[in-house]
Ligand binder design. Structure first.
Ligand code: PLP
Length: 414
C-alpha cells in the first residue's frame, strides 16, 4: 500500500529567508515535513544511535544522539532564525549554556559582568569559574566604567537586560562598541525578553544566551538552555564543548520546546500587553511606592527600550514596591487569585513572588537593597490570561493587603 503524500519533499526546507516576519519564521523555520511520510509535524526521534551502511558511513547525517539528533537540530535552527543568528546550540539548561561558555575560556581569563546578574549565573561566576582560574569583576554601571575594567586578560563581557528583578536596561550597542575596541566578546542573556522583543546580535552582541525554560518553551514544562552566535569559529568551539561536556537536552524536550516556540510571538505579545495594563494599574494605586517596568514612560531607561525592543515593548516581567513593608508584600502574594506564588517566569500562567525571600534570598540584605531588592518588592511574571482579569485581581489584592492583619487572611490558599 502506498501512502499518498501531497508532494514528496526531496530536500527538507532549511531556515526560510530572513526577510520573512517573526511569526512566519517561528512557525516554519527548522520545521521540514517528514521526507518519508509527509508528516507536517516532525516525529520525535528517540533513537540514541543511527545505523551505518559501512564502517564510517551512516545512513543519514546522524551517528549518536549526544553529538546531534534531528529534534535538536530542528529546534536549534528555529531559534537561530528568530535570534537573527547563523547558529544556535541547545543545552540541558540555561545554566549549562552559561557553564559551557565559561568553559570555553582559558585559565587566567577575566570576565566583566553586570552586578545584578541571574542568581545561578552569579553562583557559577563566583564559585565555579573562580576554581577554574577565571576571574569575574562585577559592575553596577557597565556602560559607564567598562573601559576602566578591561585588562589584557579580559575575554568576555556579560550583560543581562532587563536585569532581574528590578528591570534595569543596558545599552547593548554602547557596551559592545567599548568591548570590541579591545577585542572583547559580548554575551547577552536575553531570557527576560525573548527573541520576539529583543535581538541582541543586531545590537552588536557576539553570543546570546537563553534559559529556554522561560519564554521560548513558554509552558513551564521543560528545563533547557541555548546559545546563539553568528561567528563560525564560536559555533565550532561551543559545539565541541556541547558534545564533549555532554550537557545536552533530550530529543523529547527539544520537540516540546520547538512546539512551544512556534507560538512565541502570540504569547509574548499578550504577556507584554498584560504587563503594561497591570503596570499602569499599579502606578495609579495609592498602595504602591514604585513600579519597575520598561514599558512605562516613567522608567529611567525608557529610551533604551525604545531603541532596543520591538516597538518599545516592555515584555512580560515587572516588579513593584508595595506600601506596608514585607508583611504587606506577603499578604499581596497570598491574596491574588489568578497569580500563582512561584519562582520562574515566562510561562502561559501568571506568577508572583517575593525576591527578597525567594529568588534573591541568598544575597546579603545590604547588597540586595543596594540594587533595589527591598523586602517590599514584589515580582510579577505576566501570563497570557485576559488583561482585565489580571488588573482586577491585582487591584483587589492591593486593597485587601493594605488593610493588613487577619482581615486579609484566608482568601486564597496557595
Ligand atoms: C532561569 C534563568 C537562567 C538559568 O536557566 P535554567 O534553565 O534555570 O538553568 C539564566 N538566566 C536567566 C535570566 C534566567 O531567568
Amino acid at each position: 500500500m502506498t501512502v499518498p503524500v501531497e508532494q514528496p519533499i526531496a530536500t527538507p526546507p532549511r531556515a526560510p529567508s530572513p526577510t520573512l516576519g517573526f511569526g512566519t519564521l517561528a512557525v516554519h523555520a527548522g520545521a521540514p515535513h517528514d521526507p518519508t511520510t509527509g508528516a507536517v509535524i516532525e516525529p520525535i526521534s528517540l533513537s540514541t544511535t543511527f545505523a551505518q551502511r559501512e564502517v564510517g558511513q551512516p545512513v543519514g547525517i546522524y551517528e549518536y544522539s549526544r553529538s546531534a539528533n534531528p529534534n535538536r537540530d530542528n529546534f536549534q535552527q528555529a531559534v537561530a532564525a528568530l535570534e537573527h543568528a547563523k547558529h544556535a546550540l541547545a543545552f540541558a539548561s540555561g545554566s549549562a549554556a552559561t557553564a559551557t561558555i565559561l568553559q570555553s575560556l582559558a585559565s587566567g581569563s577575566h570576565v566583566i559582568s553586570v552586578s545584578d546578574v541571574y542568581g545561578g549565573t552569579h553562583r557559577y561566576f563566583t564559585q565555579v569559574a573562580k576554581a577554574h582560574g577565571v576571574k569575574v569583576t562585577f559592575t553596577p554601571q557597565i556602560e559607564v566604567d567598562i573601559a576602566e575594567h578591561i585588562t589584557d586578560d579580559t575575554k568576555l563581557v556579560w550583560i543581562e537586560s532587563p536585569s532581574n528583578p528590578t528591570l534595569r536596561l543596558v545599552d547593548v550597542r554602547a557596551v559592545a562598541t567599548a568591548a570590541h575596541a579591545r577585542g572583547v566578546l559580548v554575551v547577552v542573556d536575553n531570557t527576560f525578553l525573548s527573541p520576539y522583543v529583543q535581538n541582541p546580535l543586531d545590537h552588536g552582541a557576539d553570543i546570546v544566551v537563553h534559559s529556554v525554560t522561560k519564554y521560548i518553551n513558554g509552558h513551564s514544562d521543560v528545563v533547557m538552555g541555548l546559545a546563539a552566535v553568528n561567528s563560525d569559529d564560536l559555533q565550532s568551539r561551543l559545539a565541541f564543548l556541547q558534545n564533549a561536556g555532554g550537557a545536552v537536552p533530550s530529543a523529547f524536550d527539544c520537540w516540546l520546546a520547538h512546539r512551544g516556540v512556534k507560538t512565541l510571538h502570540l504569547r509574548v505579545r499578550q504577556s507584554s500587553t498584560n504587563a503594561t495594563a497591570v503596570a499602569k494599574a499599579l502606578e495609579a494605586s495609592p498602595h504602591v511606592i514604585a513600579v519597575n517596568y520598561p514599558g512605562l514612560d516613567s522608567h529611567p531607561h525608557r529610551h533604551i527600550a525604545k531603541k532596543q525592543h520591538r516597538d518599545g515593548m516592555g515584555g512580560g516581567m515587572l516588579s513593584f514596591r508595595i506600601k506596608g513593608g514585607h508583611a504587606a508584600a506577603e499578604r499581596f502574594c497570598r491574596l491574588t487569585k489568578i497569580y500563582t506564588l512561584a519562582e520562574s517566569l515566562g510561562g502561559i500562567e501568571s506568577l508572583v513572588e517575593l525576591p527578597s525571600a525567594m529568588t534573591h534570598a541568598g544575597i546579603p540584605k545590604d547588597q540586595r537593597e543596594a540594587v533595589g531588592v527591598f523586602d517590599d518588592l514584589v515580582r510579577i511574571s505576566s501570563g497570557i490570561e485576559e488583561a482585565d482579569d489580571l488588573v482586577r485581581d491585582v487591584q483587589q489584592a492591593l486593597e485587601k493587603a493594605a488593610l493588613g492583619g487577619d482581615s486579609a487572611n484566608g482568601v486564597n490558599g496557595h
